[in-house]
Write a protein of this length. Structure first.
Length: 413
């Protein structure tokens, strides 16, 4: 490969970007120091491993969510040359051997981390969980068939509404009258005898509740929206027939939807379904019937590799339990705070609360922002405060938040 000659006059390494000079690249360097193209492209890319907390806020956003800095660094370094292929990360063909290696790796890691049975299918689709609300019912329900739902939040309610476009969806349990503060125990609901499956949402981001047990389904297949706790909480795949999850909370950037199907679910589709909404379309083409989100799948693979290096699923669960415990310890220690979720249903992923004096909430958010903490404002439909503690959120960020909360209470309590 020929050497490239940037405007600054120095000669860049093979693969360096052309027509770049010091003034154009300063924003990509670690400390805006002068850059010479001969230093190499890797040294110019942000963020590098020496980028510390001073250049990144503590991100508690609900999604798209914080990624491990180690992964962000790897992705940045792959933008101009993915895995040494010579193709830029966002330029590589989904039909190329280079990308086939990426998607195969991501699927293999997903199977390993979640112990997915060999006869289950794994898909990387698009359209988010919102598309799956309809797609699951379209594929799984017989004509006019029934499905039961555990309505523990807004997303479960939306999934139920979409099922009713196809068949007879019903709420076996609905906590909306209680403000979605809890998830049901097995004796709190009954699944209809003619229901073809039971749908539930494993973690509720808006209200901070989470299932810590496998819901009883009366022997019916289970379908779960695991968007906000997949690979961050215990999930027995073999006890479910369909699992779907948007990637933008625990697995990577937005734009990829993971779908896991049992043999029953994979073969359930009917004749005449719209091509893109038929699971068999995507199973038969290895998630590449249409052009997949190549960038998103690459990042997902890097996140899964990071999970593997850091103790796998059990390591993620342990860290998430530790992080959420730090905040619940503060919330339970004083009447200054009002946690939303009931104790037995509290989420490890999303901690939600109000202040006893709600007039202080905007002050809390403003002072938190001044202290380098973002994404803490509760969902617009709920209000209050929400700290999302997904896999990529480091314990140091949660320690900083807990310290800030204690200091805030000391001044305003």
């Amino acid at each position: 490969m020929r050497s490239l000659e940037p405007k600054c006059g120095s000669v860049g390494p093979p693969g360096a970007l052309p027509d770049l000079c010091v003034s154009q690249t300063a924003g990509l360097t670690t400390r805006n120091e002068p850059y010479c193209c001969s230093d190499g492209l890797k040294d110019r890319l942000w963020p590098r491993e020496d980028v510390g907390a001073e250049s990144r806020i503590h991100n508690f956003g609900a999604g798209p969510a914080v990624l491990p800095l180690e992964v962000v660094t790897e992705v940045a370094e792959s933008l101009p040359n993915m895995n040494g292929s010579g193709f830029g990360l966002m330029e590589v063909s989904h039909r190329s051997p280079a990308f086939q290696e990426v998607i195969d790796s991501a699927m293999s890691r997903m199977r390993g981390i979640l112990s997915i049975p060999d006869d289950y299918e794994v898909l990387f689709l698009q359209g988010g969980a919102s598309t799956q609300f309809y797609m699951t019912a379209l594929n799984l329900l017989s004509d006019g068939g029934a499905a039961d739902f555990l309505v523990t939040g807004i997303w479960a309610k939306k999934a139920l509404a979409e099922a009713n476009r196809i068949g007879d969806g019903a709420a076996a349990w609905d906590d909306s009258g209680n403000g979605f503060k809890t998830v049901p125990g097995d004796g709190d609901y009954t699944v209809r005898g003619d229901a073809e499956y039971l749908h539930y949402t494993s973690n509720n981001t808006l209200f901070g509740t989470q299932f810590h047990h496998l819901p009883d389904s009366n022997g019916k297949p289970r379908v779960v929206d695991a968007s906000s706790d997949i690979c961050g909480a215990r999930l027995d795949v073999s006890k479910h027939d369909l699992i779907y999850a948007g990637a933008q909370k625990n697995l990577g950037p937005s734009g990829v939807t993971v779908v896991i199907l049992s043999p029953w679910a994979a073969s359930r589709g009917k004749e005449g379904l719209p091509t893109m909404l038929d699971y068999q379309t995507h199973i038969s083409k290895g998630s590449m019937f249409n052009t997949p989100n190549t960038y998103g799948i690459f990042v997902l693979d890097k996140v899964l590799a990071w999970v593997e290096r850091n103790g796998g699923l059990e390591g993620a669960i342990e860290r998430n339990r530790e992080k959420s415990g730090l905040l619940y310890g503060i919330l339970d220690g004083s009447e200054f705070w009002r946690p939303h979720a009931e104790v037995g249903s509290r989420s490890m992923m999303n901690v939600t609360w109000r202040l006893a004096d709600e007039s202080l909430e905007d002050v809390f958010l403003a002072e938190a922002a001044d202290s380098g903490m973002g994404g803490l404002k509760g969902h617009r439909s709920v209000g209050g405060i929400r700290a999302s503690l997904y896999n990529g959120c480091p314990v140091e960020s949660v320690e900083a938040l807990a310290s800030f909360m204690a200091e805030f209470e000391s001044r305003h309590g």
